[in-house]
Design a protein around this ligand. Structure first.
Ligand SMILES: [Zn+2]
Length: 280
């Protein structure tokens, strides 16, 4: 039996899989992600305690970038207390089973490309628009495949734009990031109703996707995240705006077969995976 920890910037869930290929997670715990690493680690290990004797491996989808060895959290602006923490080593030594982790966008692009909405294409992306904006990229080359994280949210689309959390100005995420809605309108994104706001956000996302397609040559992009997946304006208009902005890219804009479970299903595939190399 495998466990999956889906550790996002806002929420954490823990699920069990009898077999990863069943694609059927059984959720056993869900709680808000604690901003303090040590407290969060206690919560995760507490949730795993009952099933620990039956586990043969753990896959983890995490909403931050990992270090090159895949064992620690890299510097992160969104979860500062997690920076440089050896999260994989800590969980492996506490549970006694192997742990493999990847960024949640990377897990999701693996799930959707191998088993879901992105199956028809050779070069794919999974773009999350939520607290942060980032993409998992997948490239198939014969029997080998490669997946990696692209910091799409931190490419510059407005020379005169606002300051971003990363230290640059005019990033995609300076418009699309969840905290921007709170700062500008005093509301979470889910409660912003002004159509003009969503027209602007959709336009920036369209430019970001066209740029992503030009740079990586991805053929299809799957849109997810609390904002990207749920907002009706984005769902109705983004594909059309991408077509208008970058007709020659011919990139397809679609939504995930696995909904918000895509990172969980992708993380379950990590422990037994031989065919996908994760580049960090
Ligand atoms: Zn930025």
């Amino acid at each position: 039996m495998y466990a999956v920890i889906d550790l996002g910037g806002t929420n954490t869930s823990i699920s069990l899989f009898n077999s990863p290929e069943s694609l059927q997670p059984e959720r056993i715990a869900a709680f808000p992600t604690h901003p303090e690493y040590a407290v969060q680690l206690d919560h995760v290990l507490g949730a795993l305690a009952a099933c620990k004797p039956r586990l043969s491996g753990i896959g983890m989808a995490i909403g931050v970038q990992l270090t090159a060895d895949g064992l620690s959290v890299d510097e992160t602006w969104t979860m500062p207390d997690y920076s440089n923490r050896p999260v994989v080593t800590d969980i492996a030594s506490a549970t006694g089973v192997p742990v493999i982790a990847a960024n949640d966008n990377v897990c999701a692009v693996i799930a959707e490309t191998l088993h879901g909405s992105l199956r028809p294409w050779r070069r794919t992306a999974y773009l999350t628009v939520s607290t942060g904006t980032g993409a998992g990229i997948f490239l198939r080359d014969g029997s080998q495949s490669f997946a990696w994280l692209a910091q799409v949210g931190h490419h510059i689309v407005n020379m005169e734009g606002e300051d971003c959390v990363c230290g640059q100005r005019g990033c995609v995420q300076a418009v699309t990031g969840g905290q921007q809605f709170l700062r500008r309108y005093g509301l979470p994104a889910s409660e912003v109703r002004d159509e003009a706001v969503w027209r602007d956000v959709t336009e920036i996302l369209a430019v970001a996707i066209v740029n992503l397609a030009r740079i990586t040559r991805v053929e299809a992009v799957c849109i997810s995240g609390g904002i990207g997946y749920n907002n009706p304006w984005i769902r109705a208009n983004l594909a059309g705006r991408v077509q208008d902005r970058g007709p020659a890219t011919e990139i397809r804009v679609i939504f995930p077969d696995f909904g918000e479970q895509a990172p969980v299903i992708g993380a379950a595939l990590l422990p037994g995976n031989r065919s996908v190399t994760i580049l960090r």
